[in-house]
Design a protein around this ligand. Structure first.
Ligand code: FEO
Ligand code: CA
Ligand code: CA
Length: 635
């Protein structure tokens, strides 16, 4: 069931209450209030009061000249734009006035890395601070390339290297300021913070303290250590950030014969590519079988309080979470959308029991602990159902192996299997626009319809789906609705591909493997691509070039390429200032080799971006992109 481009003017839009309750403020509100009015609390209030001012919703229109495909080792943006490199891997975050400098030969210690930005930037959020032109960047560091992180790569392996690898994971919180059009990080800053694979955290919600979360080091099952493989993230209307824990299972060494639960989550002997378990027994699941259960959660962080303890919100379910998009219902309840970026896994929605309260993070400490978790089923008639993961109702009961709510949440995948939810083609980011459309990227799934794997279905219509697609839906009423109407926004693909199944129906500039998504204040849908270096090396994307950032005008369906990244990178994570004049975009893993682990003897083999030093190495970084005339980006 595919409707590539429904009529641009959806007659239901102006009547749909959803348009009034997304948490993105309108440009008009921003100009009226200035950044000083954009503190998190005010930001939240704006989300609630938007219906008074947004009317029909913003009109998207793309005003830039698209850039062409290229394979240069640089960032290309349209004429009239500039892209400034900000906060690369290894730059101090600003914990003190005595920050350790980045060492170009990768000889920084683990302790030094824990005071510097981590590797492989991913999801990013901008939180305005009261002073005009300043804010906090909250940046995920998805994973590490240990061939690049250590001077001799993984040729030798030690406890110190494990600690450095763990310290290069997690998140960075960096204060940034704009002066005469140039952005810089503020160092030191009272907000500066690193969160790593060792940071003490709490569990909350129905699974906190569950026997499946208890370990020898934490017999109460309440105090996990650290977060990693943080991919997408989302800003809550009360000013906190939800970060995701995506491919966590690959950090654990499993038993030769995993039990059914371990198998369902991909735990296996020799599966720990990072080899942390060789020097940190916590990551050896043969000795600590419940430790993997303590990852795969959405983690709430208060960036404005550096002493706050991050909280893993178990009510939101467990999975290889990619996205965390938070909106409010008309009466102020929180709704969190998140999918699992894994082949044949699911899309989830959580609806809180209680309403958001004024007063920011402290007033909403338990909002995400009580509510209902749903999983999506996409039906062939263009309708969809949200199936509740409620313990006690058939088949989520003791007779089917679910003893209590905590077990349903730890085993969200098994619960979704039992409910008959739709197995998707790797759901990545989820976004919501001003019209109430919810978008999700399905990045690709080359196993669809291959061998004994599930075949095509209405929502995932292509076998050997190497190109990916974007689905969108509208809830039947408010965001807490239990049904929705869906269609395909676009099937991605290289028009030059000889395989008809891979050709796609993009109107405008072609792309493949959509991953990051962001809706700006005007309603433009920004699409970031992640075609793997391996796939590019095989030549399967002949017409696409390096990974790119594209803008899609949902009103016309037109797509224009806005940015092309340097060699070997993916583009992932995007946010902007409230006035729309700067967007922040992450460049991840420039110089990635087809094997996905660099040769330490040739660190510049595939890229030397962004520093281009003769003794340098490629570094992930954030771009601050502005229009030279100071206008709104994309116009
Ligand atoms: Fe971390 Fe699904 O990309
Ligand atoms: Ca991603
Ligand atoms: Ca991806």
């Amino acid at each position: 069931m595919s409707h590539p481009f429904p009529p641009p003017e959806d007659s239901n839009d102006s009547a749909n209450p959803n348009i009034h309750h997304i948490s993105t403020p309108s440009r008009r509100q921003v100009l009226k209030g200035g950044w000083a009015a954009m503190s998190a609390q005010v930001f939240a209030a704006m989300g609630l009061s938007a219906c008074a001012t947004t009317g029909q919703g913003p009109r998207a229109a793309l005003g830039f000249k698209p850039v062409g495909v290229n394979t240069l080792d640089q960032v290309t943006v349209p004429e009239g734009y500039e892209a400034q490199v900000l906060v690369p891997w290894g730059e101090p975050v600003g914990l003190s006035g005595e920050d350790p400098a980045f060492k170009w030969d990768a000889s920084n210690t683990a302790a030094e890395q824990a005071a510097q930005l981590g590797m492989h930037h991913d999801g990013i959020q901008f939180l305005p601070l009261p002073a005009l032109g300043t804010g906090l960047l909250v940046i995920n560091h998805e994973y590490t390339d240990d061939g690049l992180l250590h001077r001799d790569g993984m040729a030798t392996w030690s406890a110190e290297k494990v600690r450095k690898s763990q310290a290069a994971h997690g998140l960075s919180i960096v204060e940034v300021t704009q002066e005469q059009g140039r952005w810089r990080s503020v160092r030191p800053s009272p907000y500066a913070r690193r969160i790593t694979a060792h940071t003490p955290m709490h569990f909350s919600g129905p699974a906190a303290g569950h026997s499946l979360l208890r370990t020898a080091a934490d017999p109460q099952g309440m105090s996990p250590l650290g977060t990693f493989n943080n991919c997408g993230n989302g800003l809550t209307p009360w000013g906190t950030v939800l970060t995701t824990e995506e491919n966590f299972i690959g950090y654990f060494n499993g038993p030769a014969q995993p039990d059914a639960h371990g198998k369902r989550w991909g735990l296996r002997s020799g599966g720990a590519g990072y080899r942390w378990h060789e020097h940190d027994a916590r990551f050896d699941a043969t000795r600590h079988p419940n430790e993997p259960n303590r990852f795969g959660w959405l983690v709430e962080i208060d960036p404005q309080d550096p002493s706050s303890v991050p909280v893993k919100r178990t009510a939101l379910g467990r999975g290889s979470h990619e996205a965390a998009r938070i909106v409010l219902t008309q009466d102020g309840r929180a709704v969190v959308y998140s999918g699992e970026d894994a082949r044949f896994e699911y899309i989830y929605k959580f609806v809180s029991r209680d309403r958001m309260q004024p007063g920011g993070a402290k007033a909403n400490l338990h909002l995400l602990d009580h509510g209902t978790l749903y999983v999506a089923r996409f039906d062939a008639n263009g309708r969809g159902q949200w199936l509740p993961l409620t313990h006690g109702s058939h088949p989520l009961d003791a007779a089917h192996g679910f003893q209590d709510t905590g077990e349903v949440l730890v085993k969200s995948r098994q619960a979704s299997d039992a409910l008959g939810a739709t197995k998707m083609d790797r759901p990545e980011w989820i976004e919501v626009d001003q019209q109430g459309w919810v978008y999700v990227t399905l990045t690709n799934n080359t196993s669809r319809g291959v061998g004994n794997n599930p075949g095509v279905d209405a929502a995932n219509p292509r076998a050997n789906n190497s190109m990916g697609h974007i689905i969108r839906w509208k809830e039947s009423g408010d965001f807490d609705a239990t049904s929705f109407d869906w269609n395909h926004l676009v099937l991605a693909g290289d028009p030059a591909q000889s395989r008809p199944q891979a050709q796609g129906n993009i109107r405008g500039d072609a792309f493949a493997c959509p991953d990051g998504l962001w809706v700006d204040t005007r309603g433009v849908l920004w699409i970031q691509t992640d075609i793997s270096s391996n796939t590019i090396a095989k030549g399967e994307m002949s017409g696409v070039g390096h990974n790119a950032l594209l803008a899609l005008d949902p009103r016309s369906g037109e797509v224009r390429r806005f940015l092309v990244g340097p060699a070997g990178c993916e583009i992932t994570g995007m946010t902007g200032t409230p006035d729309g004049t700067t967007v922040f975009v992450n460049i991840q893993h420039p110089g990635e080799s087809p094997s996905e682990r660099s040769d330490p003897k040739q660190p510049r083999q595939y890229s030397n971006w962004p520093d281009f030093r003769p003794d340098g190495r490629p570094r992930s970084a954030t771009l601050a992109i502005r229009k030279r005339d100071g206008g709104v980006v994309g116009t």
